[in-house]
Design a protein. Structure first.
Length: 573
């Protein structure tokens, strides 16, 4: 049976990697993989093989600090609320393994073996890319903790059968952590750490001396007893010699074997609990996937804003549908944003500290400037939401141009209304500052506020148009399959879309900027920056932006009419 488990684990891991590699033949996965690898290189890989900085004498302190973290994690694991004792299995594993002549110990062995590939990948990435520890030590550390957590999960279920529930376990863990904190504070006081540190800093001694002083409480008798097992983990990962890593790695192997024996001897029936956990996990994944694509209904009881009559045109029906979807899916974002901004505005209004008021005004400016980019992502109740039902949209008696305009109307109304609210509130906060320095002083001018209010709606419309162009021109990039790959490929796809979004937005704003700058110069030079004159000078640039949006809607509508729902919407192509 062990050979069969090893065969399934090995070939599943190999096939998963082969599937990821075969996907690179498709352009969207290849481009996303290149972008994701480039991002990882510039953030991690580029500095991975640089010569590390010389040690400042804090090596022993780092080992003891890591051991203390492991101790806290191992203790807190007993206080987690889950007490079902179930192990997560896939639907296929439940169907084939549970009815099979397999013992519970063999099921436990299979579950632990299936987790080894993920631990192997994690240890490899942390070793070669993040430069954290050694590979063997990390693998042994993660594997031992994995066995320990399985044992604790089964032990929590056994305690529940014995009448010791979550509250009792939580109280016990709190008592243990309080006792550990008290022991550590006693050792710190006994070692006179504060007084020695003050002397060290006053005499400007090396940092290594301070590190040794801070580390001294970790080497008392009580601390050595409490950190005996956690030090096996820290020394195996961050050991300074091969013998140190080998000795403590052997200790981890023995510890893992003891944890495995403890887990296998716990008389807990986890089959039914595993079925429940697997179904809950599937529901949780579906909910997270729905939240990611903006289709998870969080408030199903929110009523529609108006009654849809039979005499209304199809555009009104699409607008009504998207407004209802936004209220039931994303209305929480609008409430959170408005409440946070109102809190910020009230803080800036009633505070008497100029520095705090200046800080709040700066935050408000950033908030208002970034919302057109963030708001269009928070309210995707448009063509992005209807992409899986594109064949239904194609059957409507409406042209592609009118359908695109109707799809954009609802999120545009919501995002533009919130943006106007943020701009108005930001202008009021800026007016509270007596002497705004530099850039803030420029933004508080009435003519700048008027210009921002005029440009808010067309910029939001342009941003929404760009985001809806992806499902029209690249429907395979926007539609996600159930087995959509995760990791750096998906990260690279998001980076590509974000960069493309910013580039297209920048190009779209160039003509309007070229038309707006002369009017701004004329109003500032000859009319002393009059808000009325500047508003009139802004109108041509705003009209140009609306013209670009109209042309974009026509272009997307023509492309929408050419979409073949039988071929263009397959997520696997």
């Amino acid at each position: 049976m062990l050979r069969a488990f090893a065969y399934v684990t090995l070939h599943t891991f190999k096939n998963r990697i082969a599937t990821r590699l075969r996907r690179l033949r498709e352009p969207r996965y290849l481009i996303s993989a290149v972008a994701g690898l480039a991002y990882l290189y510039f953030t991690i890989f580029r500095n991975a093989y640089r010569k590390p900085a010389p040690s400042s004498g804090g090596g022993e302190l780092m080992l003891d600090f890591a051991a203390a973290i492991v101790l806290v994690v191992m203790v807190v694991a007993w206080a987690l609320p889950g007490a079902s004792g179930g192990l997560e299995f896939s639907e296929a594993e439940i169907q084939f393994l549970f009815p099979a002549p397999v013992t519970r110990r063999q099921l436990l062995t299979y579950k632990l073996m299936r987790g080894l590939p993920q631990l192997l990948i994690t240890a490899t990435l942390m070793t070669f890319f993040a430069r954290r520890g050694n590979f063997v030590g990390l693998l042994l550390c993660f594997a031992t903790l994995n066995v320990y957590f399985v044992m604790v999960r089964l032990a929590r279920a056994r305690l529940k059968l014995a009448g010791i529930g979550f509250i009792a376990r939580l109280a016990g863990v709190v008592v243990v952590l309080a006792l550990l904190s008290w022991l550590f504070s006693v050792e710190v006081s006994r070692a006179k750490v504060n007084g020695q540190l003050q002397q060290i800093f006053a005499s400007r001694r090396p940092v290594s001396t301070a590190a040794r002083v801070v580390d001294s409480p970790f080497h008392s008798r009580s601390a050595d007893a409490a950190l005996f097992v956690p030090r096996l983990f820290s020394h195996a990962v961050f050991g300074r010699s091969v013998s140190d890593v080998a000795t403590h790695g052997l200790g981890l192997l023995i510890l893992a074997a003891l944890f495995y024996l403890g887990a296998s001897r716990l008389n807990v029936s986890f089959e039914e609990a595993s079925v429940t956990m697997s179904s809950e996990r599937a529901a949780r994944r579906a909910r997270v996937r729905g939240q990611r694509v903006g289709s998870h209904v969080a408030f199903p009881r929110v009523p529609p804003p108006f009654r849809l009559r039979e005499s209304f045109p199809p555009e009104a029906a699409i607008f009504w549908k998207n407004v209802v979807a936004a209220l039931r899916i994303s209305i929480a974002w609008a409430v959170v944003i408005i409440v946070l901004f109102l809190w910020l505005f009230l803080q800036a209004t009633f505070t008497s500290e100029p520095v705090l008021r200046l800080t709040l005004a700066t935050i408000a400016c950033f908030f208002a400037a970034l919302f057109p980019l963030l708001g269009t992502a928070l309210f995707p109740q448009d063509l992005r939401l209807d992409l899986p039902r594109m064949e239904v949209l194609k059957s409507y008696p409406i042209s592609g141009e009118r359908l695109i305009a109707a799809e954009l109307a609802a999120p545009l109304a919501i995002v533009a209304a919130i943006e106007l609210f943020l701009l108005g509130g930001t202008s009021m906060v800026l007016q509270l500052i007596d002497k705004a320095p530099g850039t803030l002083g420029f933004f508080r001018k009435p003519e700048v506020v008027v210009t921002a209010l005029l440009f808010a709606i067309p910029i939001c419309a342009t941003q929404l148009l760009i985001r809806n162009a992806v499902p029209v021109f690249l429907p395979a990039w926007a539609m996600r399959s159930k087995d959509e790959p995760r990791g750096f490929v998906q990260m690279g796809q998001r980076i590509v879309l974000m960069v493309g979004n910013l580039l297209v937005l920048g190009v779209a704003l160039i003509p309007a900027a070229l038309l707006f700058i002369p009017g701004l110069l004329i109003a500032s030079r000859f009319f002393s920056g009059s808000p009325l004159v500047l508003a009139l000078a802004t109108v041509p640039a705003v009209a140009l932006l609306f013209g670009e949006v109209w042309l974009g809607i026509r272009l997307l509508g023509a492309q929408f009419d050419r979409i073949d729902v039988t071929n263009d919407l397959d997520p696997a192509t």
